[in-house]
Structures are given as C-alpha cells and as structure tokens.
Design a protein around this ligand. Structure first.
Ligand code: ADP
Ligand code: MG
Ligand code: MG
Length: 251
C-alpha cells in the first residue's frame, strides 16, 4: 500500500534536514502508529506525504500502490486514495458542510475520470454514511467547522473520511489537544472504517490514543528517522517508561 524508502527531506527556506532517511511500509488493511518525542519529524512526514509546500525532497521515494506520490499535486494524491485528516479542520464560514463535502467528493471523482454525483445522489450517500457512523445529519447543514466543538470537528473528519473512501488515511493527532472523549471518537471512527483495502497511519505523541485503536505495528521516530519498530507492546513500553530507554538503546 504505502511504501516509503530512504526519504530525506529538507526545509525549503533554511538549509536544514528534517527527515534523515525514513523507511516505512504499510500493508493493505494495516494500522500503523508512529510515536516519538516532540520535534522528531512526525508531522513533517505527514506534510510531505500530503504535498504541502515548503519542503524539498532530497532523496528517497514514497509510493501508494506503486504510484509515485511525490510526483503528484495534492489533488492527485487525494484522487489516488490518500486522505490526510488534518487537511480539513479549517473553518469555512459561508460554505455549508454538505456543499464542501460534495465538492471534495466530486473533485476526486473527476480526477479519476468518474462521473460526478448529483446533489440528490450525494445527499443519499452522505446520509447513509452519517447513519452508519451515528453522526447527526444536522451537522451537514452548518458551515464547515464554524463553531464546532473539538468533538464535532473530529466527527466531521471521520465523516469526510467515510465519504471520500480513501485507501490510505493519515491522522496526525499530535498537536490537536484531544480530550478523552474526542480521542474516543477518533478511535471509534478509525475502527469503524478499518477494512481489508484501507490502511491507516496514526501519528501520535501520546500512547493513550492507542488504548482505543489497536495498531498492527508501532514505530518510534526520533530525529528524522524511525529508530524502532514493534507491535502494540511498544506503545505500552512508551507509556510506562517514556522515550528515554528506547532512545538510549539505539543511540
Ligand atoms: P513532530 O511532529 O515530531 O513534533 P515536526 O515534524 O513538527 O516534529 O518538526 C520536526 C523538526 O523540524 C523540529 O525540529 C521543528 O522545529 C523543525 N521544523 C519543522 N517545520 C519547520 C519550519 N517550517 N521552520 C523551521 N523548523 C521547522
Ligand atoms: Mg510537534
Ligand atoms: Mg507533530
């Protein structure tokens, strides 16, 4: 599914290397977690995968189902099946949530050469998805994220994910200050959307999110590299002992 090899990335502005050779392979249907101390490059990795400006890829590759992601613009990445949760938490006054979702959905279909959905078709689709996820459809009538609580934004994010049906979902929950309830919503959403053809990369500074999502694989990132990979027990080790032992082991 997602295959990252020897990825080295600099900041465009300064001559500073942030990612210093990242290797990562996420198989179809798997959930991988990336943990690591603040400043280790976790968010940078997700930004680079999303195609955000300001980074310069120096070496290495990143492919989704064999397609070169780094060569695509952000819309093409979405059409190829990549979803980044943090891309859409912005408030958009004056734009209804339903309109916003349909625009994103149809842009993706268009890029794939598929027919766009009519307003009526899309309404039916969204209502079904919202029902499956037990999300109140009233949220669809409101302007995008305006006045949404933290929990509502998370619900909306999960709904976006459900509607866009991505193959590869990347969630960067590091800096979002999730309270316990919002964290449970994210976990429930991920668990509901887990499937054979869909993989997740869950980035988190804290172990507690992983109490609710059982990852197949846990990676620890430090100073621009993945320094340790293991099973869910690795997350528990971090909870008990912090990152100190792991960083010491591999230093
Ligand atoms: P994490 O998500 O693991 O906390 P980040 O990817 O946010 O780490 O940051 C990795 C490193 O890159 C940090 O040292 C951070 O200060 C630096 N960095 C990231 N983006 C920028 C930027 N735009 N300007 C300067 N430094 C940056
Ligand atoms: Mg950070
Ligand atoms: Mg971060």
């Amino acid at each position: 599914m997602l295959n990252i090899k020897g990825l080295k990335v600099d900041l465009e502005e300064e001559d500073k290397q942030i990612l210093k050779g990242v290797d990562l392979e996420v198989g179809a249907g798997q959930v991988h977690a990336i943990m690591g101390p603040n400043g280790s490059g976790k968010s940078t990795l997700s930004y680079v995968l999303s195609g955000r400006d300001g980074y310069e890829v120096k070496e290495g590759s990143a492919t989704l189902d064999g397609e070169d992601l780094l060569d695509m613009d952000p819309e093409e990445r979405a059409a190829a099946g990549l979803f980044l949760a943090f891309q859409y938490p912005v408030e958009i006054p004056g734009v209804g949530n339903m309109t916003f979702l349909r625009t994103a959905y149809n842009a993706q279909r268009k890029a794939r050469g598929e027919p766009e959905a009519s307003a009526a078709e899309f309404l039916k689709l969204v209502r079904e998805k919202a029902k499956d996820l037990k999300i109140d459809a009233d949220m669809l009538k409101r302007p995008v994220n305006v006045g949404f609580s933290g929990g509502e934004k998370k619900r909306n994010e999960i709904l976006q994910m459900a509607v866009l049906e991505p193959k590869m979902c990347i969630l960067d929950e590091t800096d979002s200050g999730l309270d316990v309830d919002a964290m449970k919503l994210v976990a429930e959403g991920v668990n509901a959307l887990r499937s054979e053809g869909r993989s997740f990369l869950v980035i988190t500074h804290y172990q507690r999110l992983l109490n609710h999502i059982t990852p197949d694989v846990v990676h620890i990132m430090s100073e621009g590299r993945i320094i340790k990979t293991g099973g869910p027990e690795l997350a528990l080790e971090v909870e008990e002992n912090g990152y100190g032992n792991i960083l010491g082991e591999t230093a």
